[in-house]
Design a protein around this ligand. Structure first.
Ligand code: PLP
Length: 220
């Protein structure tokens, strides 16, 4: 099923949109199955599980691991050496810690800044003004590559609400690109999950993060 699901989704994705298969809570065998269908980018949201899977899959040298969950600063070493992209930078404290880690380890870390767009208070992410404040000081982050924005729409059946969330983050990305043309890498828009990725494409998603629609329900 995993292979059929990937092939079906790929057929509907424009070629320039990156599919990140969210493999959290699924075993490495599921990742290998997806790999056999040509999938290379995977998303994980827990540092321990991320590091374990990187280790267990190191025979597949062209895998790309994205970190998409809450990252505590005492877990950076489990994630930063291996992450292709940290999609979920959601606090000034975390950003500063990533900068320090990058400097200490001679590595530039690619990140997305997470914008809080959903209605849920429980969701993480920055406010618009906090992101502006960071990007005005982008020079200071010598070991961070700012690659764009990530967001999670409100979890709802109301399509209008989802559209409003996606429109807000898409407009904000466009605004930032105009304001900071010197940030040449700032172009990604990571929006869209199993339930709403088709809508996200209409708003210019460059990355979609899809778990359940590929791997089935997660067993927590
Ligand atoms: C789990 C998760 C996803 C994937 O969710 P599905 O609904 O299973 O597709 C995408 N993005 C983030 C940040 C997640 O935590």
């Amino acid at each position: 099923m995993i292979q059929e699901n990937i092939i079906a989704i790929r057929q509907e994705l424009p070629p320039e949109v990156k599919l990140v298969a969210v493999s959290k809570f699924h075993p490495v065998e599921a990742i290998r199955e997806a790999y056999a269908a040509g999938q290379r980018a995977f998303g994980e949201n827990r540092p321990q599980e991320f590091a374990k899977k990187v280790e267990e899959l190191k025979d597949l040298s062209d895998l790309e691991f994205h970190f998409i969950g809450h990252l505590q600063t005492n877990k950076l070493k489990l994630v930063l050496p291996y992450a292709h992209l940290v999609q979920s930078v959601d606090s000034q404290h975390l950003l500063d810690a990533i900068q320090d880690w990058g400097k200490a380890n001679g590595k530039v870390i690619s990140v997305l800044l997470e914008l809080h767009i959903g209605a849920e208070q429980t969701k993480t992410g920055f406010k618009e003004e906090e992101i502006l404040d960071i990007l005005f000081r982008a020079n200071k982050y010598t070991h961070i590559r700012f690659c764009g924005l990530m967001g999670m729409a409100t979890h709802t059946d109301c399509e209008e609400d989802i559209r409003a969330d996606f429109a807000r983050i898409a407009d904000f990305r466009a605004y930032l690109q105009d304001l900071f043309p010197e940030l040449a890498d700032f172009r990604e828009l990571s929006i869209g999950m199993s339930e709403d990725w088709k809508i996200a494409l209409e708003y210019g998603a460059t990355i979609v993060r899809i778990g359940t629609a590929i791997f089935g329900e997660r067993q927590y």
